[in-house]
Design a protein around this ligand. Structure first.
Ligand code: PMV
Length: 328
């Protein structure tokens, strides 16, 4: 049996513009994670679990998948037969394909996750990374981080359409990442730890839709939106410098400036705006949405001693859940 785990993530600065080649900063969130457990079955066990004899059936009939959090209990064949490719089926098949294993062994894969789905915390990428690692280790061919990242990126394309690759990268490497699409991974140094409150609007919002909306705006007026994305890029560069030199005080205004540009991109929402406002009213130094937006999560920069009271204020303002995270 092999077990693998992958953390959640938040984007500190630069979401959406990162799809258009500007840099972004993201960090792992270690309090939440996706787990995958792969157990090789003897053929008899697989037959018992799968029901009638496997004789004459596809190998994918003997790959059993359970994701109790979402009420999924099925076989890989079933997922592969779906009219639109199921991302989980794509992850599993791609692992065996890249390993050159034409007839994988019978196995049971169990997936659990504490990362809320479709809320900007990287749940899809974390499940992919955990599954890729658990499966490749189960067949004794563990993949390198680079290979895991590449495979997870291919699956992100099914989730998102045109992902930048930031989610799979920060989650695979579980380190702070200064990300530029298509470039090798770069990390950044956190000179002085700082605290964030992450608050969930409770509204699920598929990233694909927010990314698609920004693309429509961009297609209608590329000159204008390229200039907006440049402004986001300037904010990201300044934020990286501030984090690397420990000038945490300048991050609050940079978050506010980034949030204003995200509002212009139409990816904020009344609920996100309300939480941003509530965080500031409760003493946060800055706040913005994080990830795809239109729901999902926002982040607030707080002095450590204010974290609990800002989290309470966010709950009072309607946040479904809050996480206090130390970035270091
Ligand atoms: O919603 P999330 O956490 O998956 O973040 C998406 C980030 C975007 O910049 C909006 C899209 C991307 O692919 O980078």
């Amino acid at each position: 049996m092999t077990i693998a785990s992958a953390p959640g993530k938040i984007i500190l600065f630069g979401e959406h513009a990162v799809v258009y080649g500007r840099p972004a900063l993201a960090v792992p969130v270690l309090q939440i994670h996706a787990n995958a457990r792969a157990t090789l079955q003897t053929e008899n066990q697989a037959q018992t679990i799968a029901g009638p004899s496997l004789a004459g059936k596809n190998w994918a009939d003997a790959v059993l998948i359970a994701a109790p959090d979402i009420g999924l209990s099925t076989t890989l064949s079933h997922l592969l037969a779906a009219p639109t490719p199921h991302p989980l089926a794509a992850v599993i098949s791609s692992v065996f394909q890249v390993l050159g294993i034409a007839h994988p062994p019978a196995l049971q894969l169990t997936i659990t996750s504490t990362i809320p789905v479709a809320s900007g915390l990287g749940s899809g990428a974390a499940v992919s990374v955990a599954v890729i690692r658990a499966l490749s280790s189960a067949v004794q061919c563990p993949l390198s981080d680079e290979q895991v990242n590449q495979l997870a990126y291919e699956v992100e394309k099914l989730h998102h359409g045109t992902p930048s690759g930031i989610d799979n990268t920060v989650i695979t490497y579980a380190r702070p990442v200064y990300f530029v699409r298509g470039q090798p991974i770069q990390t950044f140094r956190v000179e002085r730890p700082f605290s964030l409150v992450i608050a969930d609007t409770g509204i699920t919002a598929p990233t694909r839709e927010a990314v698609g909306a920004v693309r429509k705006l961009w297609e209608a007026d590329k000159g204008h939106w390229e200039a907006v994305f440049d402004q986001v890029g300037t904010i990201v560069t300044a934020a990286k410098k501030a984090i690397e030199t420990g000038e945490i005080a300048s991050l609050g205004p940079l978050m506010a400036a980034n949030q204003t540009l995200l509002q212009a991109m139409t990816v904020s929402s009344p609920e996100l705006d309300r939480l941003v406002w509530a965080a500031k009213a409760a003493g946060a130094e800055g706040a913005k949405l994080s990830g795809g937006g239109r729901g999902g999560n926002m982040i607030a920069l707080v002095a450590p001693e204010r974290a609990e009271s800002v989290a309470s204020a966010l709950k009072a303002a309607g946040a479904r859940n809050t996480i206090i995270s130390q970035i270091e």
